[in-house]
Design a binder for this molecule. Structure first.
Ligand SMILES: Nc1ncnc2c1ncn2[C@@H]1O[C@H](COP(=O)(O)OP(=O)(O)O)[C@@H](O)[C@H]1O
Ligand SMILES: [Mg+2]
Length: 274
């Protein structure tokens, strides 16, 4: 496979009269974890749906701008063709098939994949290694799993498609802190194995601990962008996004991010004027 990076340029999206994104540009370099932070209604899910080109299912449409992956325009492809390029979304609210078994949920993930049976078997081994609980509970119906286990299943199902880029829409939402931490560790591991990740989160502390680059999205516009270390050190992010957690956690996150990114040379924090 050739190296591929995601490039979103000047993306404007609307739902009927509602404009949800206004000229959004973001980059996910090959092999990186990039996070987009933003509060409720900022446009995070809209951005994900625009990239996976599933906006039509929620009555939305791209009004301007482009989405490219490895130089190929995704915004002109049908959703299943987007999956075939290796861009796979885990939607908000971890929609697993509640009445189907864990094993069948995972099998469903291979439907959009281009690889054959051997690729699927390898992917299943990898998912079971990452989330042993999904092997232990293979025969159980998915609806009986805990919230955290369902998130693992949703992630596992996406991995079955052999993604080159994973789009994760608030995977920590509604999870207890310990479970959210486990999901964050899984995201790190998935990335270490060679998959790029675009992670949208309201949980800034968690996201900045995993990502290399970060953007802040506010009411449909990118207002800040930089390395995760730069953003976690910025007063604005600390007060508005890390302020929701206690100062100790914020300080720990900052140290963790600083340690993770100490070796990388950091470009200056850029600010967009809105
Ligand atoms: N299906 C939809 N129809 C109309 N408006 C929508 C729809 N989905 C989202 N919106 C609006 O678009 C904006 C961005 O929403 P969303 O992308 O869901 O934000 P986030 O995921 O950051 O919470 C909000 O103003 C929201 O009300
Ligand atoms: Mg959302």
């Amino acid at each position: 496979m050739t190296a591929a990076s995601l490039s979103v340029s000047g993306l404007t999206v609307g739902y009927g009269p509602v404009q949800a994104l206004d000229g959004v540009s973001i980059e996910v370099p090959e092999g990186a974890v990039v996070t987009v932070l933003g509060g409720n209604g900022a446009g995070k899910s809209t951005l994900m749906r625009a990239i996976s080109h599933t906006l039509g299912f929620s009555g939305g449409a791209i009004r301007g701008g482009t989405v490219s992956f490895g130089g190929q325009r995704l915004d002109r492809l049908a959703p299943d063709r987007v999956v075939a390029t290796g861009v796979v979304q885990v939607p908000e609210g971890r929609r697993v098939f509640a009445r189907m078994s864990v094993a069948d949920n995972l099998r469903a993930g291979t439907l959009g994949a281009s690889g054959g049976r051997r690729a699927a078997a390898r992917a299943l081994d990898r998912v079971h290694e990452l989330f042993p609980v999904l092997k232990d509970r293979a025969g159980q119906v998915a609806g009986l799993l805990s919230g955290g286990e369902q998130q693992m299943l949703a992630l596992g199902r996406a991995l079955m498609a052999g993604p080159r880029l994973l789009l994760l829409d608030e995977p920590s939402l509604g999870l207890a802190p310990l479970m959210a931490k486990r999901i964050a560790e899984a995201v790190r591991e998935i990335n270490a194995q060679g998959t790029s990740v675009l992670l949208v989160e309201q949980n800034a502390a968690l996201a900045l601990g995993v990502a290399r680059y970060a953007y802040v999205l506010e009411v449909g516009k990118v207002t800040l962008a930089g390395t995760a270390a730069e953003l976690s050190g910025s007063d604005e992010v600390r007060h508005r996004y890390l302020g929701v957690v206690d100062e100790t956690v914020a300080a720990e996150t900052e140290q963790e991010v600083a340690a993770l990114t100490a070796a990388t040379s950091a470009p200056a924090l850029r600010r967009w004027v809105s």
